[in-house]
Design a protein around this ligand. Structure first.
Ligand code: BGC
Length: 390
């Protein structure tokens, strides 16, 4: 009887021990990597935290075809975008992290983020408005990039509407924040539509004249974010006969140059890798493509960009009412750590950005379309990323 009891007790203790160990190892794994599976929405628990006294969360939108978009209100970031490949398998086509900690601590600041007050560069962070000069935060050598060191990509946005297919984020950028004039009230909505498109609509009003250039900084890889294949095999077509060449610090010279026949000619679909290694001063400055393309006149329902992965067959079309697009071929990604989704390192040219925008440094370039917003007007732009397979 006693022996039997002892045996039973040992058995129960054994079970406890095993469960406890499993829990610890599971917990350990989870704190390091929220979700070791690529092509899955991260565990929302790893985004639940208070930042600047505001609640951060991860929100998932889903359409009738099973396409999913995960967005966090920390930086208004698109964290995951799962779309079907040519075999119907869901692939996450944007780079990002599986937990908030990585977004806050790791060096790559802009993954999937909303960018403002001024997307891309302002030379020396200086401009003049109504005869008054402004100095904004300088964070890229002598220049200002993506709104300064504490741009919108680091701010907690308020969630003002959320339903299964739409998330509305609001942010009040105060007068003087990062050096910019005017209290700017911004509303951005992400809408996942049943035609497998993700629309980002930007709306803003100011109480003082200011400059504004909002965009999203998603890094796309249509082979999959966790894929070993980079983006140089993607076929890219850009509806742009011209681009804005830059100086060695990536500030536009003010010229608008034809792309005809050269490395920047994507008027018909071409593999990104085809000319990227060409001996070309502009490619040298960008360490690859990192340039603003001047979009040809187009209707709102005509794509300005078509991108295709020959491996997955995933095709993305970009629609926008902006005059330009920054094509950045991920030349500064270094793959220094394995903190990417599924534990991968995001290597050199493992993703690309297509940032719809007004041209860089427009506040100092009278020949470029104006980025001035006055209190009498409202800012409104719309960009849509639409997916299908080929
Ligand atoms: C810029 C690049 C910059 C990158 C940072 C792009 O929009 O054009 O020069 O390195 O953002 O992620």
């Amino acid at each position: 009887m006693r022996k039997k009891f002892l045996k039973g007790a040992l058995f129960v203790a054994g079970i406890f021990f095993t469960v406890a160990c499993n829990n610890t190892s599971k917990h350990k794994q989870s704190t390091e990597s929220a979700n070791s599976l690529p092509n899955a929405i991260p565990d929302s628990a790893f985004f639940n935290a208070k930042v600047d006294n505001k609640q951060v969360k991860l929100y998932t939108l889903k359409n009738k075809n099973g396409v999913e978009a995960a967005i966090t209100n920390y930086g208004g970031r698109l964290v995951s975008l799962l779309v079907p490949d040519k075999e119907g398998k869901f692939v996450d086509v944007v780079l990002g992290y599986e937990n908030l900690k990585n977004y806050r601590e790791l060096k790559e600041n802009y993954f999937g983020a909303l960018i403002g007050r001024y997307g891309n560069r302002i030379a020396k962070g200086r401009f003049t408005l109504n005869g008054k000069s402004y100095q904004v935060n300088v964070n890229d050598g002598p220049n200002s990039l993506h709104g300064g060191a504490n741009g919108y990509f680091k701010q907690v946005w308020d969630v003002t509407k959320a339903n299964g297919q739409m998330l509305e984020l609001t942010y009040l950028s105060k007068d003087g924040e990062e050096g910019y004039p005017g209290n700017l009230k911004i509303i951005v909505s992400y809408t996942l539509k049943d035609d497998n498109s993700l629309e980002i609509a930007y709306h803003a009003t100011t109480d003082k004249e200011t400059v504004i250039n909002l965009t999203n900084h998603a890094y796309f890889n249509l082979n999959g974010a966790a894929s070993e294949e980079g983006i140089t095999n993607h076929l890219l077509q850009i509806n742009a006969d011209a681009y804005t060449p830059v100086d060695s610090l990536l500030i536009p010279t003010g010229k608008i140059e034809t792309v005809k026949g050269g490395a920047f000619d994507f008027t018909t679909a071409k593999a990104i890798g085809k000319d990227i290694g060409m001996k070309d001063r502009q490619l040298g400055y960008g360490k690859g493509y990192d340039h603003n393309f001047v979009l040809n006149k187009h209707r709102d329902d005509e794509p300005v960009v078509t991108l295709l992965s020959p491996i997955t067959g995933i095709q993305m079309k970009v629609f926008t009412n902006e005059p330009g697009i920054q094509f950045y071929s991920g030349n500064f990604l270094k793959g220094e750590d394995k903190n990417g989704k599924g534990g991968v390192a995001y290597k050199y040219r493992s993703a690309l950005c297509l940032e719809t925008q007004h041209f860089p440094d427009s506040p100092n370039q009278p020949g470029f379309p104006s980025t001035v917003l006055s209190p009498q007007k409202a800012y409104h732009t719309v960009t849509t990323y639409s997916f299908n397979t080929k």
